[in-house]
Design a protein around this ligand. Structure first.
Ligand code: ASN
Length: 608
């Protein structure tokens, strides 16, 4: 779909009087198609007879045609665009980025964006939008999905965060960008933010395969289910408090590809339009009465977002209130705990938070109330699921709407949950999940690298942000493993990058005891130089060990033990020293060696 349609080429070549447009003279020129669904909002409003702003029908296309930054009439005529795509289609001018900018590299620089506008009637101030309107938008995207590369939805800002959140859940297995935008000042006014917002949204939807429902406003692209309107009087109207923008449109358009959510699916795109409207938002406040809460939770209510204090807290001395909440959850109402704070997540670190979990609430993690509410609408409409399955869905990360620690569960290798989470995360991955997987996989990967002394691999892991001091299921750190294998360079690297000398594995062994056991003299030397030492128990038991080494004349091991700090004067279990044992069994070589070591030992002690 990126290249000029053959019919349009043919049509053009028969119009000999028209000068050939650049798209036909240079074969590299491509086109991308974007469908713009205009639902209303300030962007297309004018003052009406009562002198208040209201949407103006059939005005946007005409007006955009006159704006050279949003339409190239010459190109449209030369490529017979209207004949092919209809009168409501416009085309952006050819982008001319600086040759070596990021934008140029990412967009290949010369993609023409052809956009067709589908205008709804009536156009709505977004305060008038309902779940049916969300369904209509979803169905129109589904109907046109294969004919367009991306979708822009023009929408009022007041409820845009709700629509964006809802669409993110309704669009199952999404593979193309859907970008909501609008403005604070109508596009028809001299000073307005509508032109920039529309232009940015079109460029992103047409040039980048960001398979998410996003919201573009004031030079930033956000994940749709993470935003909230935080300013009624600024062009910078939206915030995404718990997730960094997916892209910024400054000198370059920079996409944070690591943050982009992917459905990673083998299923076809589908829009789920059924939504349960028996949901609500209830904000706690000091002194709220139990009867208010009770009234709110009465049938037909099925799902509630309870906006709590701080990190998910409610009074724990209000048995009346907690009882009403408990009665409702027992009766099958799903209540999700979200914070009133703009930023942060609910946790159970306070008694005042735990009481809510005891009352049967589900932790909403760091979801915005808008996301939690529309997720409830979506999940409750899945009639083939039982209540437990719905609750499970509510606590899972479905579209990147919540942080990846899966409502408080931390990934770790010793957790049976781990495999499940990995499996899920491999099919749905975003930055937070990738980080969690990285952290969980770091110990086995870094231990494997340490095993073969692969310093390059250790470096790569460290540069990924991995913590090289983490141990595996046996508490064995990469430094333990490298010390066992005698990989001096790996030991040196690990000591400089988070490796700890003093960590004991499940067998009580430190890297130094491992290096001694496997007789790696140079590693023992380096560890000792860095400050490693044997434990009191190890030093205590060393006497017996030294005696048996002396008895069999193991000079190498005697030297390594001494280097590791063992005291040759320490007697064994029967009160004899190593020297006495060597003498007694007639190991003359060992006797001489031990004498030598005993004088050298003074030197070791000075060195360390
Ligand atoms: N009331 C308008 C709306 O939401 C506000 C806007 O678009 N800036 O439709």
């Amino acid at each position: 779909s990126f290249h000029l349609h053959p019919c349009r080429r043919r049509q053009l070549s028969s119009q000999s009087s028209v000068e050939a447009p650049e798209s036909l003279t240079s074969p590299g020129v491509a086109e991308a198609r974007v469908l713009v669904i205009n639902t209303g909002g300030t962007i297309g409003m004018t003052l009406d007879d009562d002198d208040v702003l209201a949407p103006k029908a059939n005005a946007l296309v005409k007006s955009l045609r006159k704006l050279p930054i949003l339409h190239d009439e010459v190109y449209a005529q030369q490529t017979a665009m209207y004949e092919y795509y209809g009168e409501s289609t416009l085309v952006l001018p050819k982008p001319q980025p600086p040759p070596d900018s990021l934008f140029h590299r990412q967009s290949k620089g010369n993609k023409r964006i052809i956009y067709s506008i589908l205008e709804y009637s009536p156009l709505l101030d977004s305060s008038n939008m309902t779940t049916d309107d969300w369904g209509r938008v979803g169905k129109d995207i589904e109907k046109n999905y294969e004919n367009f590369d991306g979708f822009v939805i023009l929408h009022g800002t007041d409820t845009m965060a709700y629509t964006a959140s809802a669409l993110s859940f309704m669009c199952e297995h999404l593979g193309k960008p859907i970008v909501l935008t609008g403005s604070q000042v109508p596009i028809y006014e001299m000073r307005n933010d509508g032109r920039d917002n529309l232009l940015g949204a079109l460029l992103i939807a047409g040039q980048f395969v960001i398979p998410e429902v996003c919201l573009y406003f004031y030079n930033k692209l956000y994940r749709g289910n993470r935003v909230t309107k935080t300013d009624a009087g600024s062009f910078n109207a939206f915030s995404s408090p718990n997730l960094a923008p997916l892209a910024t449109a400054e000198v370059d358009i920079t996409i944070n590809w690591d943050t982009v959510w992917r459905a990673n699916t083998t299923s076809k795109f589908h829009v789920w339009t059924e939504l349960n409207r028996n949901v609500g938002l209830l904000r706690l406040f000091p002194g709220i009465t139990a009867s208010t809460v009770k009234a709110f939770l009465q049938p037909p209510m099925q799902g509630v977002v309870l906006e709590t204090y701080g990190s998910g807290n409610a009074p724990d001395n209000r048995a009346d209130l907690l009882e009403e909440l408990k009665k409702a959850t027992d009766a099958g109402v799903i209540i999700v705990n979200c914070t009133q704070c703009l930023r942060g997540s609910v946790s159970m670190s306070y008694a005042t938070g735990k009481v809510l979990m005891d009352a049967g609430l589900i932790a909403g993690c760091d979801m915005t109330p808008e996301a939690a509410l529309s997720k409830l609408s979506y999940v409750l409409a899945k009639q083939d699921l039982d209540l437990d399955a719905k609750k499970k869905m509510m606590s899972e990360n479905l579209r990147g709407e919540m942080a990846a620690d899966l409502a408080g569960t931390k990934l770790c290798l010793s957790d049976s949950h781990f495999i499940q989470v990995i499996a899920k995360s491999l099919s749905i991955s975003c930055k937070e999940e990738l980080e969690a997987i990285r952290d969980a996989l770091t110990p086995p990967l870094s231990c494997a690298a340490a095993k073969i002394g692969d310093v390059e691999a250790l470096k790569a892991l460290s540069e990924m942000g991995s913590n090289l001091s983490l141990g595996d299921y046996d508490g064995r750190t990469p430094l333990h493993v490298a010390a066992c294998e005698g990989h001096l360079h790996a030991v040196e690297y690990l000591l400089g990058h988070g490796g700890s000398l003093h960590v004991k594995d499940r067998y009580g062994a430190t890297p130094l005891s491992n290096a001694v056991r496997f007789r790696h003299r140079d590693v023992v030397w380096l560890l000792r130089k860095t400050g490693a030492h044997l434990s009191r128990d190890e030093l205590e038991e060393a006497g017996t060990e030294l005696c048996s080494l002396a008895a069999c004349g193991d000079l190498d091991a005697l030297e390594i033990w001494t280097l590791a700090g063992a005291d040759l004067n320490k007697p064994g279990y029967d009160g004899q020293t190593a020297l006495e044992v060597a003498n007694a069994v007639g190991k003359g070589e060992a006797v001489a060696f031990i004498r030598q070591l005993m004088s050298n030992k003074i030197k070791f002690q000075r060195e360390f």
